[in-house]
Design a protein around this ligand. Structure first.
Ligand code: AMP
Length: 271
């Protein structure tokens, strides 16, 4: 596993390879990331993982400061899994050397779900993914369904602009079904119990949606119940079509999307 600390060493090391699988991350490596790496390892000749906490996608300074970082541990895990050929650890200037201001803007119809609550977040994500793709030139990029809206927007932008294909990967959960996330380390035992209960409730809500005439009213009611019973603050609880992310009135081709705050940590999930 070769560690690439700047763009020069990246370009030199990657030159011989054109069947490259890319797993972009912000570190805090967990089994979710490893599942992306496994898939890349199966589908591509070489796998490159990047670790870069992109300040431009944080709409909240406190969130950026408290974002878990542990490069030493991350590198140990990545080495141990024996499926990573390169780890790219760029500095801010490696990514943003090209100082041209990003022209990426979200369409009005995409300003939904997390985009409504995190102003500028996806513009930052799309900008960094655009820059990383230009630098790494991967054949395939592996991304998790846990961040479904991110996957949806990145796929829409990058597959139009580059030859790269975006490969979506299933959400990996812990034994109590909480979606793995680097942010989970910021939760205490009690919070983890609440998150596990919220998941159970969501499953139940999903099961009951089928019989409801007015789904949006039903979800508003459930949102209030969850807020009150678990002392969480839900940003949204919505049923949306997975092909276009429009509000859906049927379970067909749809998922339930949630974002909520628990102990000042913002969690998202979809099922
Ligand atoms: P992050 O480091 O949180 O920016 O995530 C890097 C990549 O890993 C993104 O494509 C995420 O969607 C994906 N990812 C994060 N958590 C999970 C998970 N629990 N299951 C599958 N993929 C995940």
């Amino acid at each position: 596993m070769k560690i690439l600390l700047n763009n020069r060493s990246l370009i030199e090391s990657l030159r011989p390879f054109n069947d490259l699988g890319f797993v972009p991350t912000m570190g805090g490596i967990h089994e979710g990331h490893l599942s992306l790496i496994n898939k890349s390892n199966k589908l591509c000749k070489k796998t490159i993982v990047s670790i870069f906490v992109n300040p431009k996608q944080f709409n909240n300074k406190k969130d950026l400061i408290s974002y878990p970082r542990n490069i030493k541990k991350d590198l140990q895990i990545l080495k141990k899994c024996k499926k990573v050929d390169f780890v790219y650890l760029p500095k801010f200037k490696d990514i943003y050397k090209d100082t041209k201001k990003s022209k990426i803007k979200l369409l009005k119809k995409d300003k939904i779900l997390c985009a409504r609550f995190r102003k500028g977040h996806f513009e930052g994500v799309l900008d960094v993914m655009n820059r990383l793709t230009k630098i790494v030139c991967p054949k395939k990029i592996f991304m998790g369904e846990k961040d479904f809206q991110q996957l949806y927007l990145v796929k829409k932008l990058l597959e139009r602009k580059y030859k790269t294909k975006i490969i979506s990967c299933k959400t990996i959960r812990d034994k109590s079904n909480i979606a793995l996330s680097s942010r989970n380390i910021l939760l205490n035992k009690f919070n983890l119990k609440v998150a596990a209960n919220v998941y159970k409730k969501l499953l139940n809500i999903k099961k009951n949606i089928k019989n409801k005439k007015n789904i949006s009213n039903f979800l508003n009611l459930k949102k209030k119940e969850l807020n009150d019973n678990y002392s969480i603050k839900i940003d949204y609880l919505e049923l949306r079509n997975i092909s276009n992310l429009k509000i859906s009135n049927t379970m067909k081709n749809s998922k339930l999307f949630i974002a909520y705050h628990l102990n000042n940590v913002r969690l998202i999930d979809n099922l």
